[in-house]
Design a protein around this ligand. Structure first.
Ligand SMILES: CC/C=C\C/C=C\C/C=C\C/C=C\C/C=C\C/C=C\CCC(=O)SCCNC(=O)CCNC(=O)[C@H](O)C(C)(C)COP(=O)(O)OP(=O)(O)OC[C@H]1O[C@@H](n2cnc3c(N)ncnc32)[C@H](O)[C@@H]1OP(=O)(O)O
Ligand SMILES: CCCCCCCCCCCCCCCC(=O)OC[C@@H](O)COP(=O)(O)O
Length: 376
């Protein structure tokens, strides 16, 4: 292990990284809160400010992936599709099988200049996660309860509000609705069988209602669906803790651009179309498993310096007051202050560990397990 790698694996380094992320994040949340009055005067100005503030926060995590861990993200796509990326609104359909699939998605958003405005149909629970969840509130992220009776109007209304959104955005949809686990796979394949649908080997059966409602409500605003399939070389199982440890991963993303006009308007036809899409995605994953490659040429955009610059900026801004505070604390010689600070740091570490836990598949919800949602 090299010296740099050894340094990256040190707990103290992780504490510093997490400190910068959380404290700058809370500060950015506060700035976002302050845009509420602006919202009343000019909604579009408030949105543009929030896009930039969100960039300041999410690109720190992107920098950690690209510059700290050095993870390589390769894009397989057709050159004629590539020229549209970042220049139009799109609905992104992605498989949900890895702890850090959202982070790889963010990396591509950053490279195509849509990170600050990127959106997702997220489970409601994530809106309570400090820093990221609070940031999403101001970013008009669409939350769902994963209960169709309640979601159908809620989601449609939130999507309608995006029609006058002032900048290009990608709207991410994990149609599988939850992360892949062997148990959820088994249950969802029972549902597939009961519906006479082919068995998928690498995906859960997609939930079609959210896709249909998204496509219908973003017609006229989004130009295309980006069918995206993610995998990692050499059977890597990446985690956020691994990234924090400086481990380098190798992500491959295959993207097909499908004009929105080609997607049927009728709900049943749209559902059938999505099932077919997932059968194709499954065959791409199978090909990847067999050959280590996706079909199509590689047209990878390089990582940009912006995420690193932004990260260094926030690190300097946050570490300076910490240095002053620590110096004052040590020179005060007060045992009580030192103990209180240590307790505070330990509580903060537990909090950050909980946040990281939100990304871990082994802590995935019960949604999609037999006991909770199988209604056949
Ligand atoms: C060039 C580069 C391109 C791309 C780059 C890639 C990406 C970058 C893009 C953007 C990045 C942006 C942000 C990323 C940052 C962070 C993201 C982080 C995480 C958030 C993700 C989540 O929270 S995922 C969870 C929430 N989302 C969803 O659930 C979406 C999918 N779900 C739906 O659509 C659902 O339909 C619903 C939520 C709208 C409603 O849920 P409900 O449970 O009520 O579902 P249904 O009504 O659909 O369920 C009943 C039907 O399903 C059948 N059923 C029953 N059991 C199962 C089962 N186990 N599996 C499958 N199906 C089942 C049942 O029979 C019913 O069938 P019907 O025929 O009646 O429909
Ligand atoms: C630089 C320092 C890093 C500090 C790290 C703190 C990071 C906290 C990030 C929290 C972001 C949470 C995003 C999680 C996305 C996710 O993967 O959600 C799962 C849902 O889709 C499905 O849920 P489930 O049904 O449970 O599978």
């Amino acid at each position: 292990m090299g010296l740099l790698q050894l340094l990256k694996s040190q707990f103290l380094c992780h504490l510093i990284l997490c400190y910068v992320f959380v404290v700058s994040g809370l500060f950015i949340n506060l700035l976002q809160f302050c845009t509420l009055p602006v919202w009343m005067v000019s909604k579009q100005l408030a949105r543009r400010i929030n896009i930039r503030l969100a960039y300041c926060l999410s690109s720190q995590m992107v920098a950690m992936l690209e510059w700290w861990s050095g993870t390589e993200c390769t894009l397989y796509t057709e050159p004629q599709s590539y020229r549209f990326y970042g220049k139009e609104n799109a609905i992104v359909v992605l498989n949900h099988s890895y702890d850090i699939d959202f982070l790889c998605g963010w990396t591509f958003c950053e490279r195509f200049g849509v990170l600050g405005s990127s959106k997702v149909l997220a489970k409601k629970e994530l809106s309570y996660v400090p820093v990221i969840g609070w940031m999403w509130y101001f970013l008009e992220i669409v939350f769902c309860k994963r209960k169709w009776e309640e979601d159908r109007t809620l989601v449609a209304q939130s999507l309608q509000k995006l029609h006058d959104y002032p900048e290009h955005f990608w709207f991410l949809l994990y149609c599988e609705g939850t992360r892949f686990t062997p148990k959820k796979h088994q249950v969802s394949m029972q549902v597939a069988e009961s519906k006479g649908l082919p068995i998928l080997k690498h995906h859960l059966l997609p939930r079609t209602k959210g896709f249909w409602v998204t496509v219908q409500n973003l017609r006229g605003k989004a130009a295309a669906v980006y069918d995206s399939t993610l995998n990692f070389q050499n059977n890597e199982k990446p985690t956020l803790l691994g990234v924090l440890n400086g481990e380098k991963y190798h992500a491959d993303l295959y993207v097909r651009r499908i004009p929105l006009d080609l997607i049927p308007e009728d709900e049943a036809e749209c559902a059938a179309w999505l099932h077919k899409l997932y059968q194709e995605k499954d065959s791409f994953q199978e090909q990847y498993t067999q050959t280590g490659r996706f079909p199509g040429p590689i047209v990878s955009p390089p990582r940009r310096l912006w995420s690193l610059i932004n990260w260094l900026f926030w690190s300097c801004l946050m570490l300076y007051p910490l240095g002053v505070l620590l110096t004052g604390l040590i020179s005060s010689g007060s045992m009580l202050s030192i103990i209180v600070s240590l307790v505070f740091c330990s509580a903060a570490s537990v909090g950050v560990r909980w946040m990281i836990g939100q990304t871990e598949i082994n802590k995935s919800s019960n949604y999609g397990n037999k006991e909770t949602t199988l209604n056949i």
